[in-house]
Design a protein around this ligand. Structure first.
Ligand code: ADP
Length: 449
């Protein structure tokens, strides 16, 4: 911007001024030529020469016929003839000639002196032959004008520009410093706080300043929260798994040692305890593996259209044989759904085995299939201990057990319902539980038909 201003104002001012003046004189010439036969011609001449500070007159080839408000200095005969001769050859012609002009300078306090050749001035001489049909002979229009030398003006402009440039550069520098401070300060603050990422619970990033830094702060605050949650989960998982592994292993080694040292203890019951603990360990390891696959997003659904009612009947048949339970099946029709048969079987199996493990004295479990227009809902109802209201949301979290004190529950790894939740979420299914303490629980899930 500044450079353009310098070029235009200092470098090209003279040229622009000259061009404007030339255009102006050509315009005056055209107007006078147009009005040559008008009664107001004198008025036009006066007005145009005054407002544009040019001298103008109309002549035939021998004498001046009409002169404007500013009369022209005497033009010598030779120049007069020369201009007329030239005008006859072209519709109009313009001469631009540099010639010395006098300048009044002050010398001492009250003495003035005219100084010749002080500065050369440029004179524009415009001549036009006007041939109007209403006139019997051609007229000639002479316009003379001086282009005042602009070096003094350019000097002044240069000085003003210099001051403006310095002020503008200073302002730009100041603005630049201010802006860079405004932009870098929040980034520096965020950077300092980012070093504590994942180490502090209540880390809140403060990057106020501009929209992007505020958004970045919010994102990082969220990332910190996630990191802390993952860290806590990891610690919890290690605590839980090590506890869950140690207990059965202690039992197994304890019983094995006892059976080795005391031949009387070599009973089928003790062997069964060892086997139970082995099964428990297998289930725990399988659950952990399943869950880690599901959580890593490595699990893809193997979607098929299958008869879910038949699948559930088959699971119920197996369970019924193995357990002493009263199983009420309310499954009236076969329903086809689209889903991953293996994984949905696991969902149903986990819910059912929970019902068996937590069932009440009546040992009754009801499995219900409710078919609606576009959905099928499965309910597994037991009359056991039930779940406290405040625990209802938490049981779907990994490793959540309603007592949650790392004491090993008689059954389960505490991962079962978390696996159920992951699988049903993958199927975009609706699921949940209704429960009353000491009355029992009903777990359900719904699938699109
Ligand atoms: P677990 O392997 O310990 O059963 P789950 O994830 O399957 O773990 O269940 C989480 C917790 O939810 C259980 O520890 C238990 O407290 C509670 N729960 C699940 N199903 C039932 C039920 N049918 N009746 C009562 N409590 C239940």
């Amino acid at each position: 911007m500044l450079a353009t201003l310098w070029i235009l104002e200092v470098g090209m001012l003279d040229e622009i001024y000259k061009k404007t003046k030339l255009d102006n004189i050509s315009k005056i010439g055209t107007i006078i030529a147009r009005e040559i036969a008008s009664n107001d011609l004198q008025n036009y001449l006066d007005q145009l020469s005054q407002t544009n500070e040019v001298c103008a007159y109309i002549t035939d080839d021998s004498s001046i016929l009409m002169s404007g408000e500013i009369p022209c200095a005497d033009i010598g005969r030779q120049e007069f003839n020369y201009r007329i001769a030239n005008a006859q050859n072209a519709p109009f012609n313009v001469f631009i000639e540099e010639k010395p002009i006098n300048e009044i300078v002050m010398q001492g306090s009250n003495i003035w002196r005219a100084s010749w050749n002080a500065r050369p001035a440029t004179e524009i001489r415009y001549t036009q032959m006007i041939n109007d049909r209403q006139m019997d002979q051609p007229y000639y229009l002479f316009i003379n004008s001086t282009i005042t030398p602009l070096s003094a003006t350019v000097d002044t402009i240069q000085k003003i520009l210099m001051i403006v440039s310095i002020i503008m550069i200073l302002i730009a520098l100041l603005l630049g410093l201010l802006l860079s401070y405004k932009f870098t300060k929040p980034i520096m603050m965020i950077n300092a706080q980012a070093k504590l990422l994942g180490k502090k619970d209540d880390l809140v990033f403060d990057g106020h300043g501009y929209q992007e830094s505020v958004e970045l702060s919010e994102t990082l605050t969220m990332v910190n929260k996630e990191l802390r949650t993952v860290e806590k989960l990891r610690n919890e998982l290690i605590a839980n798994i090590s506890h869950d592994l140690r207990t059965p292993l202690t039992m197994i080694s304890g019983y094995a040692e006892m059976m080795r040292d005391l031949p009387d203890e070599n009973t089928p019951e003790n062997l069964q305890t060892i086997l139970d603990e082995c099964h428990y360990l297998t289930r725990l390891v399988n659950d952990v593996l399943d869950l880690s696959k599901l959580q890593a997003g490595a699990t893809t659904l193997n979607l098929t259209t299958f008869n879910i009612s038949a699948t559930i009947h088959a699971i119920l048949d197996r369970i019924e044989d193995m357990n002493e339970i009263i199983l009420i099946r309310e499954i009236d029709e076969d329903v086809m759904i689209n889903g991953d048969e293996m994984k949905l079987s696991q969902v149903f199996y986990n819910m059912l085995s929970n019902a068996i493990h937590y069932m009440g004295e009546d040992k009754t479990i009801t499995v219900r299939q409710i078919v609606s227009k576009d959905k099928v809902r499965f309910e597994i109802e037991d009359h056991g201990c039930g779940i406290k209201e405040e625990d209802l949301d938490k049981i779907w979290d990994s490793y959540y057990r309603t007592n949650n004190d790392h004491t090993r529950s008689i059954v389960g790894s505490g991962l079962g319902l978390h696996i159920v939740k992951q699988i049903l979420d993958l199927h975009h299914a609706n699921y949940g539980v209704t429960s009353k303490v000491n009355e029992g629980s009903t777990f359900y899930f719904e699938m699109q038909r």
